[in-house]
Design a protein around this ligand. Structure first.
Ligand SMILES: C[S@@+](CC[C@H](N)C(=O)[O-])C[C@H]1O[C@@H](n2cnc3c(N)ncnc32)[C@H](O)[C@@H]1O
Length: 294
């Protein structure tokens, strides 16, 4: 009978780092090995590092090895950990939703700046394609008096968003509705935020396996040229906009020029500008809707 000597935490981390190191640089592999172990031990990374000489039981070593194997197969770390931080808040994520990205925090920032520059007692903010609820819930956290409506075409995504709303004690501040873009929204919006699917179809094959295989296709696929959803959203803005409304729509770094051309063609009279992100890349198109005579 083969009896395995229990390994200590340092040994386990060294072999996990070796496994992960086949798919990523060493420093990243070691960090992720530590984060995955903290997750398995239900503790913090700091505690893992403080316990390097302690042994790990086979009951914990086995699920840890399984999680390391998942990561080595390119499953995103956030899906394995089940969490992702966004705008300082902790979101539950799984394969039903896109993992919220750092660059999307810009939508929150721009909407908050807009509220500050044009204060209204209770602005109506809509988040189109809310996914995990990251953008709408971050806004709700900072704007308790805003009326926030979040939509998604995916019932599965909305279930995750609602779970996050409950965990963050924000369920009373955001109304989640299922449907296509603005169709399920009855109230005119003051501010619209959206991170829609915008990856051109032909680029899918070049995406990292983490994204291509594991993240929901309907969250990413922007059709032939990447603008299918954005074009339809632009077409719906005017009839749903309140007086003085503004829309912030995330785009990819190479889409700024085309986005401005689309706005000029589809919404003559609107003023549009592209905001660049912290890496100085085109990231969000802002559309100030023209005043409607009613
Ligand atoms: C890029 S993800 C953004 C998720 C989240 N807002 C974020 O930034 O992390 C796009 C989201 O739009 C949703 N979606 C795709 N097509 C849609 C449509 N026609 N109407 C509403 N939501 C849509 C997807 O289900 C997905 O949750």
């Amino acid at each position: 009978m083969l009896i395995h000597k229990p390994e200590d935490i340092q040994e386990v981390l060294v072999s996990a780092t070796r496994v992960l190191g086949t798919t990523m640089p060493y420093r990243e592999a070691r960090l992720q090995a530590e984060l995955l172990l903290a997750h398995t031990l239900e503790t913090t990374r700091a505690m893992v590092l403080a316990r390097l000489n302690e042994t790990i039981s086979p009951e914990l070593a086995a699920p840890y090895a399984a999680n390391v194997a998942r990561r080595a197969q390119h499953e995103p770390l956030a899906y394995i950990l089940g969490h992702q931080e966004f705008y300082g808040l902790d979101f539950v994520v799984d394969r039903r939703v896109l993992i919220p990205r750092r660059e999307t925090e810009m939508l929150v920032l721009l909407a908050l700046q807009r509220v500050q520059s044009a204060p209204r007692t209770s602005p109506v903010i809509v988040d189109i394609g809310t996914g995990s609820g990251a953008v709408s819930l971050a806004l709700a956290h900072h704007l308790p008096s805003a009326r926030i409506i979040a939509t998604d075409i995916s019932v599965d995504a909305l279930a995750v968003a609602q779970l996050n709303a409950a965990r963050l004690n924000l369920a009373e501040h955001v109304t989640f509705v299922q449907g296509d873009l603005l169709a399920p929204v009855a109230e005119p919006f003051d501010i619209l935020v959206s991170n829609p699917p915008y990856i051109p179809r032909e680029r899918f094959k070049d995406l990292p396996r983490e994204i291509r295989v594991f993240e929901p296709r309907h969250a990413l696929d922007g059709g032939e040229d990447g603008f299918d959803v954005i074009r339809r959203l632009l077409a719906q803005l005017e009839p749903h906009a309140a007086r003085g409304a503004v829309a912030f729509v995330e785009i990819s770094e190479e889409q700024g020029k085309t986005a401005l051309e689309l706005v000029a063609r589809q919404l003559p009279g609107a003023a549009a500008v592209v905001h660049r992100d912290l890496e100085d890349l085109d990231r969000v198109v802002e559309v100030k809707l023209p005043f409607r005579m009613s």
